[in-house]
Write a protein that binds this ligand. Structure first.
Ligand SMILES: C[S@@+](CC[C@H](N)C(=O)[O-])C[C@H]1O[C@@H](n2cnc3c(N)ncnc32)[C@H](O)[C@@H]1O
Length: 224
């Protein structure tokens, strides 16, 4: 499990069975590890019965960002994956309140889902404010590493995007260097990195850091 950061205590409501049925998948780590075939594919086919590639947020937290996107783009399909039960229940309640049809949430560890992600199944991969996992004991929990780019090279479509945002400068440059050394990917911007993130919808972490004027770093990749 990752070494996480939290903003406040999350007040959540456990979804009813009907709401869970509509939005929720619980993928436990033991089965993901030893028996992944018991789960559907992490794709449009597997989760929406649709051939369209999905937009996936890793570590979606309380879901403000991904539910905001799903609301603004009803023809696209969105998936949030999150290891915290409290956060994912909060996110599901946002989806329910907004009567969204185009979103699903997986309670599970993204790093164990690679065997379930088919080629050309992801349109946008969102990694915003991931846990930095500093220290030798925790670094293996970082999501953005060489294995991640190897997987994304086949999983995202040719015009697909990977968006990375964080307030953690040292962690940001670690990820940026990994990206810059992988010539299968190119940045979508001419600047080495972006020092802001303008978007119509904002996550809990983005709003929190903006309130105290904490710098935010971003890069966006596409396939070369
Ligand atoms: C700092 S929070 C950011 C949440 C959200 N993206 C935002 O911007 O508000 C990072 C989230 O990633 C989740 N997380 C960490 N490792 C994960 C993993 N391997 N798979 C899925 N979620 C993970 C944590 O539980 C936490 O909710």
């Amino acid at each position: 499990m990752s070494h996480g950061r939290r903003i406040g205590r999350i007040k959540f409501i456990e979804p009813t069975p009907a709401v869970k049925e509509r939005y929720f998948y619980r993928w436990n780590s033991k089965d993901l590890h030893f028996n992944p075939d018991v789960f559907p594919q992490l794709s449009g086919e597997g989760l929406f019965n649709s051939p369209s590639p999905i937009n996936l947020e890793i570590g979606c937290g309380t879901g403000e960002y991904i539910t905001g996107l799903a609301k603004s783009h009803p023809k696209e399909n969105y998936v949030g994956i999150e290891t915290s039960t409290r956060s994912v229940y909060f996110a599901i309640d946002l989806a329910r309140k907004n009567r969204l049809e185009n979103i699903r949430f997986i309670h599970g560890d993204f790093k164990l889902t690679y065997p379930l992600i088919p080629d050309n199944s992801i349109k946008t991969l969102i990694l915003h404010f991931p846990d930095p996992n500093y220290g030798s004991k925790h670094i293996k929990h970082r999501i953005f590493d060489q294995n991640f780019l190897n997987k994304m090279n086949t999983a995202i479509i040719s015009t697909g995007l990977i968006s990375v945002v964080t307030d953690q400068k040292e962690f940001f440059f670690d990820m940026l260097e990994i990206a810059e050394n992988d010539h299968r990917f190119t940045k979508t911007h001419t600047e080495r990195f972006l020092d802001h993130y303008q978007s119509d919808v904002k996550s809990r972490f983005q709003l929190a850091w903006e309130r105290i004027n904490r710098p935010i770093y971003r890069f966006e990749l596409t396939k070369s």
